[in-house]
Design a protein around this ligand. Structure first.
Ligand code: FAD
Ligand code: MLT
Ligand code: ZN
Length: 483
C-alpha cells in the first residue's frame, strides 16, 4: 500500500542478443532503448511510481506482438503491457524486463452501424473510438477524464468505469469479442461479434479486468448504442450526501430510462477545482455542502419533453428540500462548463498535493454512512486533512481523497497514508463494499487483495494465473499479492 518509488531507475539488462532479434522482428521503430525516449513510459500520472525497463517494444500488428512476446518468453524476460499509461494504481509500471506499448496497434478495423458493433485495435485512443462511432451515427458510451490519452486495450484491461456506468455498464459490458496474445506468444482469436455464445467458459471475461497479467489484448469487438439526440445537464446544490441518495432514487424512479450520469462531490472537491484548475467556475450564488451533476439524455427527436421531465424532477426535489439551488445548462458551452467542474475536481489532485487516495464502492444506500465513518477515521489520524469525497455516486463509487493539510509537506504527510488507507478500506469492507471500484489493483492494492479477498478467492486467482502464465512473465507482481 505505500508508494514505493525505488531509489534506482537502472533497469536490469536483457539477455545477450535479444534486442537484436526483437529489432529484426519489429523493425527500428518497434524497439526503443534511448533513455530520453524511454522516460515517459517509466513515469506515471501521479508521479508515485518510477518504472524500470531496458526497452519499450512497439509492435504494429497482432503478428508482431505475438512474435515479440514469444521471443521474450523464450528468454524468460518479463513483459509489462502498456496502453495510454493513465492508470492510477501502478499497473503499467515496469519493474524490469520490457514494456510492450500498444500505441502502434491503432487502427479502427471496422464500424458496423447496422449491427451496432465495431472492431478496433487495442492501442486506439478512447476518444478516437468514440469519434469513429459518432461518425457512423452511433454511440460508444465509455467516457472518463483521461479519454484523450487512455487506450481501449487499457480500458478493457482495467474494466474501466467512468461517468456512464449506471446506464451502459462498465467496460466489461461493452465487449462482444477479444483477440489476445497469450504469455507464450500464442494468439487467442475470440474476435467474434456474437451477442449469444454459451460454449463453455467465458474466456473473454478472464482477460477483461486482468490488468495485463494474463496476456496482451490486441483487438476487440465493441458494442455500440443509439446516439442520444438530446441531453440536459444540471448542477444541483444539496444539503448533504443523504439528500444526494434520495435525489438519485427520485431520478431513477422518474427518469431511469434517460438518466445518463449522476456524479457528486462535497464542497471541498468543488472548492479545490475552482481555486486550483483553470476554466472552472461554479454558476451558483452560494457555496453548498454537497453538489450533484446530473445528466438526462434521450434518443429520438427532441420535442422539449426531456427538459420538461428534468425540470419536474428538480422542482419536486426542491420542494422536498433535497435540492437547495440548481442550474440547468441552456447551451452546449454551459454544459461543457458544468462538466469542466467535474473534471477539475480530478485535475486539482495534482496541485493540491499528496493525498491518500481511495476508489471504493459501497451499496448506494450506505454512501452517507461510509462518508461519516471514513471521515471520523481520517480525522483521527490528522484532523486538518482536506477531505475530497466525489465520484460516481449513482454507481456507489466514491473517490475519497484525503489530501494533506496545506501546512504539511508531501514528505511529512507520506507516512500517514498507510494508516489512513487501512482505516478507510476497513470501513468500506465492513459495509460490504469494494476497495477498488474501477481503477483496479495494480501494484498499489496487492496488499488489500491479500487482506480482504477470501483465501478461496486468492487461491482461484493464483490457479488461473499459473494455468495461463506458468512462467509468471506477463506483468508479474501486479494484482496478486506476493506468495
Ligand atoms: P494503462 O495505464 O497503460 O494500463 C493500465 C493497466 O492495463 C496496466 O495494468 C497495463 O499493464 C494493462 N494494459 C494496458 N493495455 C493493455 C493491453 N492492451 N492488454 C493487456 N493489458 C493492458 N478510470 C476509471 O475507471 N474511471 C474514471 O472515471 C477514470 N478517470 C480518470 C481520469 C484521469 C484524469 C486519469 C489520469 C485517470 C482516470 N482513470 C479512470 C484511470 C485510467 O484512465 C483508466 O484505468 C484507464 O482505463 C487506463 O487506460 P490506459 O490505456 O491508460 O492503461
Ligand atoms: C474520476 O472519476 O475522476 C477518476 O476515477 C479519477 C480519479 O479518481 O483520480
Ligand atoms: Zn472515477
Amino acid at each position: 500500500m505505500p508508494d514505493p518509488k525505488p531509489t534506482t531507475t537502472e533497469a536490469p539488462p536483457l539477455p545477450d542478443g535479444l534486442l537484436d532479434r526483437l529489432r529484426e522482428t519489429l523493425g527500428p521503430r518497434g524497439v526503443v532503448t534511448d533513455a530520453e525516449a524511454l522516460a515517459p513510459y517509466l513515469s506515471e500520472w501521479r508521479n508515485r511510481y518510477q518504472g524500470r525497463s531496458a526497452a519499450v517494444l512497439r509492435p504494429a500488428s497482432t503478428a508482431e506482438t505475438a512474435d515479440a512476446v514469444r521471443l521474450c518468453a523464450e528468454s524468460g524476460v518479463a513483459i509489462t503491457p502498456q496502453g495510454g499509461n493513465t492508470g492510477l494504481v501502478g499497473g503499467a509500471v515496469a519493474e524490469g524486463g520490457v514494456i510492450v506499448s500498444t500505441e502502434r496497434l491503432n487502427r479502427i478495423r471496422s464500424v458496423d452501424a447496422d449491427t451496432f458493433s465495431m472492431t478496433v485495435e487495442a492501442g486506439c485512443i478512447l476518444a478516437d473510438v468514440q469519434a469513429a462511432a459518432a461518425e457512423a451515427g452511433r454511440l460508444f458510451p465509455l467516457s472518463l477524464g483521461a479519454e484523450g490519452t487512455c487506450r481501449i486495450g487499457g480500458n478493457l484491461s482495467t474494466n474501466a468505469g467512468g461517468i456512464h456506468v449506471l446506464r451502459y455498464g462498465n467496460a466489461r459490458d461493452l465487449v462482444l469479442g477479444l483477440e489476445v496474445v497469450l504469455p507464450d506468444g500464442r494468439v487467442w482469436d475470440g474476435l467474434r461479434a456474437l451477442r449469444k455464445d454459451n460454449t463453455g467458459y467465458a474466456l473473454k471475461h478472464l482477460f477483461l479486468g486482468a490488468e495485463g497479467t494474463l496476456g496482451i489484448i490486441t483487438a476487440a469487438v465493441l458494442r455500440l448504442f443509439p446516439r442520444p439526440a438530446a441531453r440536459e445537464t444540471a448542477l444541483c446544490a444539496l444539503p448533504d450526501a443523504a439528500a444526494a441518495i434520495r435525489l438519485f432514487g427520485r431520478c431513477m424512479d422518474a427518469a431511469g430510462d434517460v438518466l445518463n450520469a449522476f456524479e457528486c462531490s462535497n464542497r471541498t472537491g468543488v472548492h479545490l477545482a475552482e481555486t486550483l484548475v483553470e476554466g472552472v467556475t461554479v454558476p451558483l450564488s452560494t457555496p453548498s455542502p454537497f453538489y450533484a451533476l446530473i445528466e438526462f439524455a434521450a434518443t429520438g427527436a427532441d420535442d422539449g419533453g426531456l427538459r420538461a421531465r428534468f425540470e419536474a424532477v428538480l422542482a419536486d426535489a426542491m420542494e422536498a428540500g433535497l435540492v437547495t439551488d440548481a442550474v440547468l445548462a441552456e447551451t452546449e458551452a454551459q454544459t461543457a462548463g458544468l462538466w469542466r467542474i467535474r473534471e477539475g475536481i480530478t485535475e486539482a489532485q495534482i496541485p493540491a498535493g499528496l493525498c491518500a487516495k481511495h476508489d471504493v464502492s459501497v451499496p448506494i444506500s450506505q454512501i452517507p454512512t461510509f462518508l461519516e465513518r471514513a471521515e471520523a477515521e481520517v480525522r483521527a489520524v490528522d484532523p486538518d486533512i482536506r477531505l475530497v469525497a466525489y465520484g460516481h455516486f449513482g454507481d456507489g463509487n466514491i473517490h475519497f481523497n484525503a489530501v494533506r493539510p496545506e501546512t504539511v509537506t508531501d514528505e511529512a504527510f507520506r507516512p500517514r497514508i498507510p494508516p489512513i488507507q487501512r482505516a478507510v478500506h476497513d470501513v468500506t469492507m465492513a459495509l460490504n463494499g469494494s476497495f477498488s471500484a474501477e481503477h483496479g489493483v495494480g501494484l498499489m492494492k496487492r496488499g488489500d487483495v491479500a487482506r480482504y479477498r477470501s483465501a478461496v478467492e486468492v487461491d482461484l486467482m493464483r490457479a488461473v494465473k499459473r494455468a495461463v502464465d506458468p512462467k509468471n512473465l506477463m506483468n508479474p507482481g501486479k494484482v496478486l499479492p506476493p506468495e
